[in-house]
Design a protein around this ligand. Structure first.
Ligand code: HEM
Length: 383
């Protein structure tokens, strides 16, 4: 068990705590309260992002681009969340309904057919290629437009968007990394047929992209990055606990696995007014970290039994792994379906077993496996 989980336990015993200028919100009920009141606990990061450096002339082209995008995105998110979420949701839904299962099955089949030996680097060999093929499918990217390093690049760029959940201030390095990644994803979504490695610096102007394209790019990078982590965390926990559930209980087991090892461990909020949470008064304008990984180990009464054990018959819902309330994740069902198909094949047709693993020592916004080697007994049986 991660040492962070005992830190979370101590935090829950104390309630909301201010450490290093930031409030840590650890109890299930307090995290739920914050998610359910977006008008008081906003995820609008405009103020700190833009107040950080008011000397706009000192910004590089890429930094300016990143800031303009964020401003446009955040303002839009505040004004009209449901409209854009609905459009994106139907784009995903149509793909899930029509093409997703066969895309995953074909991808797994070709990976396993070309496998040498019986041990895989799970993230690189399975999770990233599966998510790359899915994002190509959703965005309609043609095979011919891809470079040979497409999968690697896609994952590298997907990573940069995660800072939105982890950082309160946007510095130059992060802004430039974010700008590069955003351009990459914007190109993916716009019938781009050129070289994905090369960005012509001054060619891009924020006004060339509409808000839907921007939102879509941010969403798809989150889709790749978070679902890759979800696939890794679930196979690890499921292999370790395979004797505690049967094949027909796989979906319940996946939910329990992501309660225990939530791919996203925390998310940021800022108080828009004076609030009271968990019996503590918090002034306007304070930064809050909602600890999803901690809320998942708690319940309304603070009495979740054996929170660090894998038990598929827990009754408390919802877990906070996909957020909650108006900003809850639109990719929840898609990610869970991907996890179901991949895990079923690997656990039951290939008798997957763990060879080696290592968690990323740093637990910031994500709970991520740095190393995950998995052994397969037989070749995949998808026909
Ligand atoms: C198909 C893949 C995915 C897509 C398309 C997707 C998309 C989104 C979008 C658009 C939002 C923001 C909603 C808003 O602000 O109103 C969101 C929120 C969220 N997503 Fe996902 N997501 C995906 C996968 C995942 C995965 C695998 C996880 C973790 C297991 C995850 C966890 C979250 C969480 C915790 C939030 C809430 C963040 C907050 O309120 O601050 N997502 N997702």
């Amino acid at each position: 068990m991660s040492e962070y989980y005992s830190f979370y336990e101590n935090l829950r015993a104390m309630g909301p705590m201010k450490i290093n200028e930031t409030w840590l919100i650890s109890r299930f009920q307090d995290v739920k309260t914050a998610f359910e009141a977006p008008e008081a606990f906003t995820n609008d990061k405009t103020t700190p992002f833009f107040a950080y450096n008011s000397d706009i002339e000192s910004y590089s082209y890429k930094e300016r681009f990143a800031r303009e995008v964020l401003e446009k995105w955040i303002n839009h998110t505040n004004n009209d969340v449901s409209h854009i979420k609905n459009q994106l949701t139907s784009q995903l839904f149509s793909y899930v309904q029509n093409d997703m299962d066969s895309c995953i099955e074909n991808t797994l089949k070709s990976i396993l057919d070309s496998m040498e030996g019986d041990t895989l680097d799970y993230k690189k060999d399975i999770a990233i290629p599966v998510m790359s093929r899915i994002s190509e499918g959703v965005l309609g990217i043609s095979q011919s437009a891809k470079t040979s390093q497409f999968d690697e690049l896609l994952y590298k760029h997907a990573d940069s968007v995660s800072f939105l959940r982890e950082e309160v201030y946007l510095d130059k390095t992060m802004a430039e990394k974010f700008a590069d990644s955003l351009l990459y994803f914007l190109k993916l979504g716009s019938d781009f047929t050129g070289d994905y490695d090369v960005f012509d610096k001054e060619e891009y102007d924020i006004s060339n992209f509409d808000i839907f394209q921007i939102q879509q790019s941010i969403v798809f990078s989150a889709m790749v990055f978070n679902t890759v982590i979800l696939l890794c965390n679930t196979i690890k926990i499921l292999i370790e606990n395979k004797d505690k559930f049967n094949k027909s209980e796989l979906n319940k087991a996946i939910l329990e696995a992501i309660r225990l090892e939530s791919p996203i461990q925390s998310t940021l909020r800022i108080t828009k007014e004076k609030v009271e949470i968990g019996g503590v008064n918090i002034p306007k304008g304070e930064n809050l970290i909602l600890l999803i990984g901690s809320a998942n180990r708690d319940d309304e009464q603070g009495k979740l039994i054996e929170p660090d054990s894998f038990k598929i018959d827990r009754t408390r819902k919802p877990i906070m792994t996909f957020g909650h309330g108006v900003h809850a994740c639109i990719g929840k069902h898609m990610s869970l379906r991907i996890a179901e198909i991949v895990n079923k094949e690997l656990l039951y047709n290939n008798n997957a077993s763990l060879v080696e693993f290592e968690w990323d020592k740093q637990l910031k916004g994500h709970r991520d496996l740095q190393l995950l080697k998995v052994k397969l007994d037989s070749k995949i049986s998808i026909t």
